[in-house]
Design a protein around this ligand. Sequence first.
Ligand code: DAH
Length: 336
Amino acid sequence: MSLIDQIAPVKDSAMADLEEARDLAALDQAKGRYLGAEGRFTALMKQLGALPKEERPLAGKAINAAKVEIEAAVLARRTQLELEALMPAEPIDFTLPGRRRFVGRLHPLTRVTEDIVRCFRRLGFAVADGPEVEDEYHCFDALNTPADHPARDSQDTFFLEPNLGESMLLRTHTSSVQIRVMSKQPPPVRIVVPGRVYRRDNADSTHNPTFQQIEGLYVDKGVTVGDLKGTVETVFKELLGDEVRLRFRPHYFSYTEPSFEIDFSSSLTKSMGKEWLEIAGCGMVHPSVFQAVGYDAEEWSGWAFGFGIERIAMIRYGIPDIRLFYENDIRFLAQF
Ligand code: DAH
């Protein structure tokens, strides 16, 4: 076989061997088998000198072209193998970690309110609502609160600019909703009213010019103080644990007779350094209130109460300062 005819098969064989080399060492060996001192391609080049002079240029050119191709193939395969060597043996997950979403949560006062409301719903109470901007009739007059009562003083209540001759105010308690509900529906009534109230107090650790109350009203035939005590105790045990104790102390409210303040005691109040903490006002609905809303006080009787929600939340979570509820400090709120 002439020298020129031998070139192509050797080149093809070289190309196939290079392609088969699985790593750099194998590639070097393959390269040596063709281009090394004892290589098959080198052997072809050595035969060149034995050719007749006139055949040498053509054969030389063909050999050189093939050599250039083989060297290029070696380089290409080398680059490919080097890249493969850089790739990790195991697949790597390059997905970025998910972006953390900030999950909001309920305000502690909302949570306490919802828990109280849930207890009362189970006992058959409905939730009622009323306006925060109230008139004197619903906030005071209909609740049997006389014109000279200190609560009606502008020192204690936020009055708004009189509108069309009527002086409006920010309700000082949720008791105004008792009147709104009873004026609109006949007895029996079983409602709770959570809501915001306003008083002209200077803020300190136990006072804030706005706070939340939950009002309760139960009107039916033959309702007694026993019902009041039993209901309130049931709800508080459910809310704050079985070991809580309640104490009813005689008090005065113009819209109830008799009236009581409810004191609360538990390991929590003791850890706050107090045996008893006042948490609510309550009593049997005063006949004058029934009269104002057109209920027959001979036929119907009822009880009512008003709790401060912040107080209960402070006891429940061990919070020392009421203002924390209103500062919207995320470090505080994120704890609930
Ligand atoms: N309104 C009273 C207050 O804000 C709380 C209260 C006392 C509500 C007696 C009542 C009640 O319904 O019967 O301090």
